[in-house]
Design a protein around this ligand. Structure first.
Ligand code: SF4
Length: 230
């Protein structure tokens, strides 16, 4: 990663959200760049373009939100690609905020270190696709790091959610049932979130509206499932 990317890693800041961090009033810091390229990605500019805000500037902003907000979401892009993340989380924690991370799970050692040092409080982990479709959907060659992150979070009993964005032209009912079976086999103890793709004009892969119909009644019911945006 270039020095510019590291000096100004944050693409933009959403000052206030009640939706992205369960039971928290939070700000979202959007980290530029990602190591995946999901066609339905809603944030193509964040993934492709450079950041413009330094961590120091973000901390100055957050210090003005003390007492008004109680959480910070680190999203993107993929924040776990940045080598200073532990230090940054330490400073956010010192301001008194809880931290949620949105991640594609590709950096298990980073997640493990953040969890073990108690630098984060909640994770939303994208389960992009079953192993056999993982590279097709993400353009990331290896399912194993994600699998390792998932196993670690389950076995460490860390509070997190596994979630899948569903575009029915990319993922079928069988694919989602394969994910549900895999989560059940690993003894995933939380609710699984299935997020319906909502069409926007600008996505990373110029994705079209969903043409295929997804039949929710065919989903395997071996774990709690919550639907978003259906
Ligand atoms: S949707 Fe895919 S490409 Fe977009 S930020 Fe998430 S992992 Fe990266």
């Amino acid at each position: 990663m270039s020095a510019t990317a590291i000096n100004k890693p944050i693409y933009s800041i959403t000052p206030f959200t009640t939706l992205d961090y369960p039971k928290h009033l939070a700000s979202i810091l959007w980290f530029a760049k990602c190591n995946m390229a999901c066609p339905y990605c809603y944030n193509p500019r964040i993934v492709r373009e450079k950041g413009s805000i330094s961590t120091e500037e973000a901390l100055t902003f957050l210090s003005t939100r003390k007492g008004r907000l109680d959480g910070v979401v680190l999203s993107g892009g993929e924040c776990t690609l940045y080598p200073f993340l532990e230090d940054f989380c330490t400073h956010i924690k010192a301001l008194g905020f809880s931290i949620k991370i949105d991640t594609n799970g590709s950096q298990p050692s980073v997640i493990q270190s953040l969890v073990e040092q108690k630098l984060i409080d909640y994770i939303a982990l994208d389960y992009k696709a079953p192993q056999e479709k993982f590279t097709t959907i993400t353009a990331h060659k290896n399912f194993e790091p994600f699998s390792e992150t998932l196993n670690y979070l389950i076995h460490s009993r860390f509070p997190f959610e596994a979630r899948t964005t569903l575009h029915s032209d990319f993922l079928t009912t069988n694919d989602i049932n394969t994910i549900i079976d895999d989560l059940s086999r690993r003894h995933y103890p939380h609710t699984y979130y299935l997020q319906n793709y909502l069409h926007v004009e600008e996505t990373l892969g110029a994705t079209k509206m969903q043409q295929n119909k997804f039949d929710l009644s065919l989903l395997t019911q071996t774990l709690p499932i919550e639907l978003r945006n259906f």
